[in-house]
Design a binder for this molecule. Structure first.
Ligand code: SF4
Ligand code: SF4
Length: 369
């Protein structure tokens, strides 16, 4: 359960905002808030995950600090959002990873890289790892097929299970009836909102990020990360189909679907994560919670390293550096996979769920008019 202090502050800001309503055009939070007269804990958790910290309401607010009300909507909702992540963690014993996320992500990733590199050198031997390999099965000559496929397939299954349990917990705690999540029209609308990152456009002028000036830069960088990640995932899926079903093992030619999609996705991910890190370094820290800084930075750095190591592997795959780069890249990807359910990545799942609930409520409202 979120602490009373965090819930009380979220309730206080929503009650004041519900009386004021000046910011209702900025995002989905305010119309959703206006559908309520009072706020149960469940409502507050839902609203917290509908907020994406665009900060428009902070800079527009006449009650924000230094006003005596000290109203800071983005920070209050970010504090609560963080606690909803922790409550949905499965298995619960890993909830501490949310609290100490930055150091946890860094240590797990370093350990993953060291483990994969060490195992590769032990199993394949230094002469194999540090020499040039060309043609079909070049990667498997460095890291055998079974050692590459079995751990990552097992991790992928684990991730799906953990995400489904987390989503179920979040929906139960923050949203309500399970049937609402299967509302086809609500999912269609939520998906459309998510694919456009609609609410990062604020009231049309963008976010007040990294400072009080309106800008679309955060939205475009999020697009780079989001679609870059999807393209990399598609590239890996196509490569797996080529390998397992068409018996065409990697590496693939430069003009092949896995390489083209992986390269475009990798560059987009690199630009998006680097840009968001740059903005984070320059952002006004007042409308954010300092408790989530490690989590945000850890995830962005991991995405940046994943794309950088993947692109370097592509560029240097016909040199003696390939073996080391392959092991390092897989170690980073393993760190990313292992920490995904216990870090920033879950915001994508919970925000989507909050968007579904929001779409469900607004469709119901439209129907009742
Ligand atoms: S953030 Fe401030 S200006 Fe905006 S609705 Fe709330 S009280 Fe009103
Ligand atoms: S920070 Fe942005 S998304 Fe969050 S409540 Fe304020 S206006 Fe809405």
């Amino acid at each position: 359960m979120p602490s009373d202090k965090v819930l009380k502050e979220a309730d206080r800001v929503m009650v004041i905002c519900n009386a004021c309503r000046y910011c209702e055009g900025f995002c989905a939070v305010f119309p959703a808030m206006e559908r309520r007269r009072t706020f149960e804990d469940q409502d507050l958790k839902y609203l917290a995950n509908l907020c994406h910290n665009c900060r428009d309401c902070y800079y527009a607010c006449q009650y924000a600090p230094p006003h005596e009300y000290q109203l800071n909507v983005p920070r209050a909702l970010a504090e609560l959002r963080l606690e909803t992540y922790r409550d949905a963690v499965w298995p619960g014993v890993f909830a501490g990873l949310i609290k100490h996320n930055g150091p946890a992500v860094a240590s797990i990733t370093v350990l993953s890289i060291a483990a994969v590199l060490l195992l590769t050198i032990v199993f394949s031997g230094p002469p194999t790892v540090f020499s040039t390999h060309l043609g079909e099965n070049a990667f498997y000559r460095v890291i055998p097929y079974a050692l590459m496929v079995i751990p990552f397939s097992s991790l992928a299954i684990y991730l799906i299970v953990v995400f489904l349990i987390g989503l179920n917990r979040f929906w139960r705690d923050a949203a309500g009836k399970p049937a609402d999540f299967t509302d086809f029209r609500a999912n269609g609308r939520a998906l459309w909102d998510a694919l456009r990152l609609k609410y990062l456009a604020g009231g049309g002028y963008g976010c007040n990020y990294p400072d009080e000036r309106f800008s679309h830069i955060r939205r475009w960088l999020h697009h780079c990360v989001f679609y870059g990640f999807l393209l990399c995932l598609t590239s890996t899926t196509i490569a797996a189909i080529y390998d397992h079903f068409l018996h065409r093992p990697a590496p693939y030619p430069v003009l092949s679907w896995p390489v083209v999609l992986g390269t475009i996705g990798g560059v987009a991910l690199l630009v998006g994560s680097a840009g968001l890190l740059y903005l984070k370094a320059r952002m006004d820290s007042q409308p954010a919670t300092p408790r989530s800084l490690g989590m945000d930075i850890g995830f962005l750095v991991l995405l940046f390293l994943t794309s950088l190591s993947g692109l370097l592997l592509l560029i240097l795959r016909e040199t003696p550096a390939m073996g080391t780069l392959l092991a390092v890249h897989l170690g980073i990807v393993m760190g990313l996979f292992v920490t995904m359910p216990y870090g920033k990545f879950i915001h994508a799942i919970f925000r989507y769920a909050a968007l579904v609930k929001n779409a469900h409520e607004s469709l119901r409202e439209d129907n009742s008019r």
